[in-house]
Design a binder for this molecule. Structure first.
Ligand SMILES: [Zn+2]
Length: 272
């Protein structure tokens, strides 16, 4: 399976670097104000960028403010989709990255009906994605049985890495208590921190845009999630350091990850 968080039919778009550097590294005051306001409205499904609720009562309220799900990009509101369309591009920024991967999906899918498997994926997404929003993470374009969140400081604040680590702990707790059709949702989680190019990607014909991440540290996070077993939250030394939690790290060991030019040290956190 392609573990990298961008599908091959999406093409990276360059440009508007200063603007995206402000959004993801420094913080954009207009977006920050919207996020604070919209996060107070009730809602389960939210715009990935500004957190405007997209359905239910919160969605009804948001519609009074002129916001509704974009026809083109249903995971964004119409305003944020307009922004992606008007300002394609991205910038290299600091960030924390989390991969949540369904473990043993081939065996799982062979032991249940396609509908049961779909329900399991939907439940996994509905559990993890709201937890990412609540921790001020940004959900990247996801595919199949992986969910990828990023915490860039402009979007998530100066304690972005701490928020990512807290989110990993929270998601792990949520998944531990969750059963669907009598079985647990087996997920392994990795968290890493570093730098990546965060920016828009467009589908063929430019009829769909998303935000994706590119770079060595994204691949480290992806490979580290391969090493995480069911229920495990594997946190890299770089993520512990960025979160200011290195003294709380336990079980630290070196991982030789496929395709990476140096071993990556990672371990666990025993308490929040
Ligand atoms: Zn929005």
């Amino acid at each position: 399976m392609n573990k990298i968080p961008f599908a091959t039919d999406f093409t990276r778009q360059d440009g508007n670097e200063e603007l995206w550097y402000q959004v993801f590294q420094l913080g954009h005051p207009v977006l920050a104000r919207k996020q604070r306001l919209y996060a107070m409205l009730p809602g389960r499904d939210r715009c990935k960028m500004c957190y405007a609720p997209l359905n239910g009562f919160g969605g009804w309220l948001a519609k009074r403010l002129g916001l509704e799900p974009s026809n083109r990009n249903p995971l964004f509101c119409n305003a944020c989709d307009g922004f992606l369309q008007a300002f394609p591009g991205g910038a290299e920024v600091d960030l924390a990255i989390m991969f949540c991967d369904l473990r043993g999906s081939v065996e799982l899918s062979s032991g249940m009906s396609p509908k049961e498997f779909k329900d399991l994926i939907v439940t996994m997404r509905e559990t993890i994605i709201p937890a990412l929003w609540r921790s001020e993470g940004f959900v990247l374009q996801f595919q199949g049985d992986s969910i990828i969140g990023v915490w860039p400081p402009g979007f998530s604040g100066p304690d972005y890495a701490k928020k990512a680590v807290d989110a990993g702990f929270r998601i792990s707790e949520l998944l531990n208590t969750l059963t669907i059709n009598g079985r647990k949702v087996p997920v392994g989680i990795s968290i890493h921190a570093g730098r990546a190019y965060l920016g828009t990607v467009a589908s063929v014909g430019n009829d769909l845009q998303e935000v994706s991440a590119f770079g060595y540290d994204v691949n480290v996070a992806a490979r580290l999630s391969d090493a995480a077993t069911v229920g495990e939250v594997l946190i890299s030394e770089a993520a512990f350091t960025a979160a200011g939690r290195l003294e709380d790290a336990v079980d630290m060991q070196s991982f030789d990850l496929k395709g990476m030019n140096a071993a990556v040290r990672a371990g666990h956190l025993t308490r929040r």
